[in-house]
Write a protein that binds this ligand. Structure first.
Ligand code: PLP
Length: 391
């Protein structure tokens, strides 16, 4: 089993190699990497270009917040000039939503802030994070940024996370570990870790080792083998569940996410959180939690468009990893960096490379129009040489 310990230097080496490929200055890419780099630097696009392209690179919700959320945010504008304004009881509402206490909830400006706070809190004294690769890289990038190391385990051949291996390596490195990172479902593959495997992991690793379970795409899942890990928080296990309003609730640009964890872990993390969450999104978040009909609608249309697009790709002979999320990976059998550039020239932004799966293109599920534009561009780029031999 090829276990890699990746340091900041190693990460920068990888970035430098990619830079040579796409001809971008290192400073630009480092800055982007720290903020979850888009495949094609957005800075290069003018506002009108950005507005015109099909945005299928960042797993956003293309429909925008529903009416109820827009109304709540619009009304909250009257607090723009205040500090100690009423906030709709966002922490209490999140706690009630999950059946936990407010002391179990920590807000972040996006769940990205929560992931960073977990890193800063638990990677002191040279401790390491363990997780799989590829996964949501910002956890490892933040570790690199604070000069901590990551132990990255490869995915299995079917692209699932190897929980037995994770337990083995976590036990062997217990003294050096700060926390375990489990992205469920995993970004970029879109595959879930089953509830049995999550239990196996939590029962198999040292009982006091914190586990960060990133459920950013929780709301899109249909697979009955999956379950949220919030009940483990109620049991008092050292589990930190990260959730976001960026995906199903379409509030990525407004920045709101949160952690649910036992009080003693929240208390450790809280001093590292900035707490700069704006008045509008606090009210928008409260409204979003209540508008389950809008979320169902987003889930339904996303699933339909995902299944339609992936069926079309498979009909062309390309294999697709069966995603449970609002994105999917198609095995294009070409390096995705130049390919993404070809798509960009055709007005379609698609995902960045996720080493070592550099020949799998991650595509977010956009609107029907955006998916049509993606398929049209795909057919133009791949032409008659279809992926019939793709496994
Ligand atoms: N976790 C995962 C798995 C993600 O894919 C993302 C964003 O794409 C995030 C966390 C961070 O999202 P945000 O900071 O917008 O909540």
């Amino acid at each position: 089993m090829d276990v890699k310990t990746v340091s900041r230097r190693g990460f920068m080496g990888g970035v430098a190699a990619a830079l040579g490929y796409i001809g971008v200055r290192p400073g630009d890419v480092w800055a982007q990497a720290r903020s979850a780099a888009p495949a094609v630097p957005r800075a290069r696009l003018s506002t009108s270009e950005y507005d015109a392209v099909a945005k299928l690179a960042s797993n956003e919700n293309p429909y925008g917040p529903p009416e109820s959320v827009m109304k709540a945010m619009t009304e909250a504008f009257k607090y723009s000039n205040r500090y100690g304004y009423p906030d709709g009881g966002i922490v209490q509402e999140i706690a009630a939503h999950h059946g936990v206490k407010p002391e179990n909830v920590l807000l972040g400006a996006g769940s990205g802030e929560i992931l960073q706070v977990v890193g800063t809190t638990f990677l002191q004294d040279g401790r390491k994070v363990i997780g799989v690769e590829p996964s949501y890289g910002s956890v490892y990038q933040h570790a690199s940024g604070i000069k901590a190391d990551a132990i990255k385990l490869p995915l299995r051949d079917d692209y699932t996370q190897d929980v037995a291996e994770m337990i083995k390596v976590a036990r062997a490195n217990y003294r050096d570990l700060g926390f375990v990172y489990l992205c469920n479902p995993n970004n970029p593959t879109g595959l879930v870790v089953s509830k049995q495997d999550v239990k196996l992991l939590l029962d198999g690793i040292p009982a006091d080792l914190p586990v960060l379970i990133d459920e950013a795409y929780h709301h899109f899942i249909d697979d009955a083998r999956y379950a949220t890990s919030i009940p483990y928080v109620l049991e008092g296990r050292p589990v930190i569940v990260a959730r976001t309003f960026s995906k199903i609730a379409a509030l990525a640009g407004m920045r709101l996410g949160y952690a649910v964890a036992p009080k003693y872990l929240i208390d450790e993390m809280r001093p590292h959180a900035v707490g700069s969450i704006n008045a509008l999104v606090k009210w928008g978040g409260v409204a979003a939690l209540k508008d389950t009909a809008a979320q169902e609608q987003v889930k339904r249309v996303t699933r339909e468009l995902r299944d339609k697009t992936t069926a079309e790709l498979q009909a062309l002979g390309f294999s697709v990893i069966p995603s449970q999320t609002n994105f999917f990976m198609v095995h294009v059998k070409r390096h995705v960096v130049p390919l993404a550039e070809e798509f960009r020239k055709k007005g379609v932004l698609v995902g960045r490379p996720f080493p070592p799966m550099t020949e799998h293109l991650r595509v977010s599920v956009g609107t029907a129009d955006e998916m049509n534009r993606f398929m049209a561009a795909f057919k133009e780029i791949f032409g008659p040489s279809r992926g019939t031999t793709a496994q």
